[in-house]
Ligand binder design. Structure first.
Ligand SMILES: CC(C)(COP(=O)(O)OP(=O)(O)OC[C@H]1O[C@@H](n2cnc3c(N)ncnc32)[C@H](O)[C@@H]1OP(=O)(O)O)[C@@H](O)C(=O)NCCC(=O)NCCSC(=O)/C=C1/CC=CC=CO1
Length: 267
């Protein structure tokens, strides 16, 4: 196992899975200016890291994240110029872009508090596993802001539908794990003591697949929403043709012929 902890979050890499978590459990893991930027840079770099095939984004101390740090961020924001404010809001949006553009599937393990920017990180992940105690709230309106933060109005309706997204983003109310599962936000709900193993098991299963193909799937999942069906079919034709030139595609064929299970290597 390799430990690549950063200044603001914990990171362990084992068998191609990076398990990361925010590291301020005593405050339920809020994000500071620096931790947003560090995480954005980490996801940007991860796209090019061949040692990591998938990410498990874990809670710490029973909570996922309490969102933007009220003392480090919310206070100072009230005194900033428009130029400084825009630099901040663009930087936070860049974290979501980095997650979406990173070609590695991200499995979020959500427990306890998952609010504000924490809910956004959950939303920007590919798969979400929760516990019965998980409470997810896009509570931006509760701090006097618009619900449309970091791409929420584009991404959340795709996951749970426009009406439900509107409800959560206008009211800032908490979505329970049960509701999240019924609405398609949570892929699965498990007991808290099973959560991390469950998320890592999803990550391991996905990492054992054709990683180049996964990168294409992730890219297409993100990009095809703004395409016509014709454009989407053409984009997938091109993506799949490229995948047909990979060694993993050849391996799958050879394994089928030999009646074996393919061992994908991501090339
Ligand atoms: C609902 C809560 C998250 C949790 O409530 P509860 O379980 O009762 O726990 P508490 O006792 O309130 O909290 C434990 C201690 O942690 C401190 N704390 C909690 N949240 C934060 C935070 N976000 N920043 C800093 N510190 C936090 C809390 O003060 C306690 O410490 P003490 O014991 O020393 O007092 C509840 O805590 C809560 O509502 N927290 C605030 C949530 C919030 O408003 N988050 C920010 C939303 S906005 C955002 O996420 C992002 C942006 C980015 C983009 C643009 C603009 C703004 O913000």
């Amino acid at each position: 196992m390799i430990s690549t902890d950063t200044k603001h979050f914990l990171c362990r890499i084992e068998d191609g899975i990076a398990t990361v978590s925010l590291d301020r459990p005593e405050r339920k893991n809020p994000l500071t200016f620096d931790s947003y930027a560090e995480m954005r840079d980490w996801f940007r770099d991860l796209h090019y890291d061949d040692d990591v095939k998938a990410v498990a984004f874990a809670p710490n101390g029973g909570n996922f994240s309490s969102g933007g740090d009220v003392h480090d961020i919310i206070g100072p924001l009230t005194k900033m110029s428009m130029k400084e404010l825009l630099a901040f809001t663009r930087m936070t949006g860049d974290l979501v872009k980095a997650m979406v553009n990173c070609g590695k599937p991200i499995i979020a393990a959500l427990d306890g508090v998952c609010v504000g920017a924490g809910a956004i990180i959950a939303m920007a992940s590919d798969i979400r596993i929760a516990t019965p105690e998980t409470k997810t709230a896009f509570l931006f309106t509760r701090v006097g802001l618009a619900g449309c933060d970091m791409g929420a109005c584009a991404i959340l309706p795709r996951i749970i539908g426009q009406g439900r997204a509107a409800e959560l983003l206008y009211t800032g109310r908490s979505m329970s794990a049960e509701e999240g599962a019924a609405w398609g936000f949570h892929n699965k709900v498990v007991a808290a003591d099973e959560l991390l193993a469950e998320a890592q098991s999803w990550a391991t299963r996905i990492a054992a697949g054709p990683n180049f193909g996964h990168m294409m799937t992730k890219t297409m999942l993100a990009q095809e929403w703004s395409m016509s069906i014709e454009q989407a079919i053409e984009a997938e034709a091109q993506a799949q043709a490229i995948c047909m030139q990979t060694a993993d595609f050849e391996r799958a064929y050879q394994a089928f012929v030999k009646k074996e299970k393919p061992l994908f290597q991501g090339d």
